[in-house]
Design a protein around this ligand. Structure first.
Ligand code: G1P
Length: 296
C-alpha cells in the first residue's frame, strides 16, 4: 500500500480577494508569475502523489485548464523560438493526473472531502488545502506520509504552533506526545476554530492531512458544526475517539496566502528568495522607503 492520491478542495468563493475573484478562481492568483495552486500541486507531486482530485464548483475551469496541455500555446512558443517557456508550459501540463468532481452545494470542508469518496475508494489519501503555501526542504505532505506509513497508514494531521490568540481561525488538536522530540502526538481531540479561552492547545492545522479511508464513515455521521457547515475537523474528532490518529508538527515555512497580509508576505519573500527578482525587490523597497520617508 502507498499514498498516491490527494484531494484538493477548490470550490470556495475567495471573498477575501474580491473583486479579483469575481471571475478568477482565488487559487489562480499569482505569487509573482506562478499561481498559488501551482505550489500546492508541486508539494503533492514532490510527496509522491500521482493522482489529484480537485473538488470544484462552477467558474473553476481555469484550474483544470492550467494543469492540462495547451497545444496552441506550445506551438506558438515553439514557432517563436521561446524554448524555455515552451518546456516550462509543457511540463506543467504533464505534472500530474487530474480528476475533477463537483461540490454541488457549499456545505463545508467535510462535505467537500466526502464528494471524492467514489474516487478515493478504500485507500489512505492526502488532503491539501490551497490557502497555505508551505516551503520546506522535505515537502510537508511527504513528512506526514512518512509518519502515517510508520503507524500502519493511520490518519496524520499536519500542525504548527500558532499565537494562542489565533486559535479561532483553525482546527486545533489535542493529544499526548509519543516521541522525545515532541513532534508527534497521538490525538485525543480536535476542535474547529475554538475561542482562545476554549482551545485545548495552540497546535493548529494549516490544511495538511493524511486520512485513512474510514474518515468517509465518520463524515456521514457528523452533524453540522462550526458556522453551520459539515466540518472535516468533527469527522477527525470522531475518528480519533475510535482509532489511532496522529498529529505531527511539520518542518517548514508557511504562508497564509488565503489572507491579504499572508499574500503580501509571500510575494515579498518569494521575490527576495529568487535570484531573478531579489535585487529588483530590494531596490523597490529601498526607493519606496526613501520616497515616503519611512525609516525603521
Ligand atoms: C479550514 C479548516 C480548518 C483549518 C483551515 C486551514 O478552515 O476547517 O480546520 O485549520 O482550513 O486553512 P477555513 O480556513 O476554510 O475556514
Amino acid at each position: 500500500m502507498d499514498i498516491k492520491k490527494a484531494v484538493i478542495p477548490v470550490a470556495g468563493k475567495g471573498t477575501r480577494f474580491l473583486p479579483a475573484t469575481k471571475q478568477l478562481p482565488k487559487e489562480m492568483l499569482p505569487i509573482i508569475n506562478t499561481p498559488m495552486i501551482h505550489y500546492v500541486v508541486e508539494e503533492a507531486v514532490n510527496s509522491g502523489i500521482e493522482q489529484l482530485i480537485f473538488v470544484t464548483s462552477s467558474g473553476k475551469e481555469a484550474i483544470e485548464n492550467y494543469f492540462d496541455r495547451n497545444i496552441e500555446l506550445e506551438d506558438f512558443l515553439k514557432a517563436n523560438n521561446k524554448e524555455d517557456y515552451y518546456q516550462q508550459i509543457k511540463k506543467i501540463g504533464e505534472m500530474v493526473e487530474v480528476i475533477s468532481v463537483r461540490q454541488k452545494e457549499q456545505l463545508g470542508l467535510g462535505h467537500a472531502i466526502a464528494c471524492a469518496e467514489h474516487i478515493i475508494g478504500d485507500e489512505p489519501f492526502a488532503v491539501i488545502l490551497g490557502d497555505d503555501i508551505i516551503r520546506a526542504k522535505e515537502p510537508a505532505t511527504k513528512q506526514l506520509i512518512e509518519i502515517s506509513k510508520k503507524n500502519n497508514f493511520s490518519s496524520v494531521i499536519g500542525v504548527m504552533e500558532v499565537d494562542p490568540d489565533k486559535t479561532d481561525k483553525y482546527g486545533i488538536v489535542a493529544g499526548k506526545y509519543i516521541d522525545d522530540s515532541k513532534k508527534t502526538l497521538k490525538m485525543t481531540d480536535m476542535v474547529e476554530k475554538p475561542k482562545p479561552q476554549d482551545a485545548p492547545t495552540n497546535l493548529a492545522t494549516p490544511g495538511r492531512y493524511i486520512l485513512s479511508p474510514s474518515i468517509f464513515k465518520y463524515l456521514k455521521e457528523i452533524p453540522r458544526g462550526a458556522g453551520g457547515e459539515f466540518q472535516l475537523t468533527d469527522a477527525i474528532k470522531y475518528q480519533c475517539q475510535k482509532e489511532d490518529v496522529f498529529a505531527h508538527i511539520f518542518e517548514g515555512d508557511r504562508f497564509d496566502t488565503g489572507s491579504i497580509d499572508g499574500y503580501l508576505d509571500a510575494t515579498v519573500e518569494f521575490a527576495l528568495r529568487d535570484s531573478a527578482t531579489k535585487d529588483m525587490m530590494i531596490k523597490i523597497i529601498k526607493d519606496k522607503m526613501a520616497r515616503y520617508e519611512i525609516s525603521l
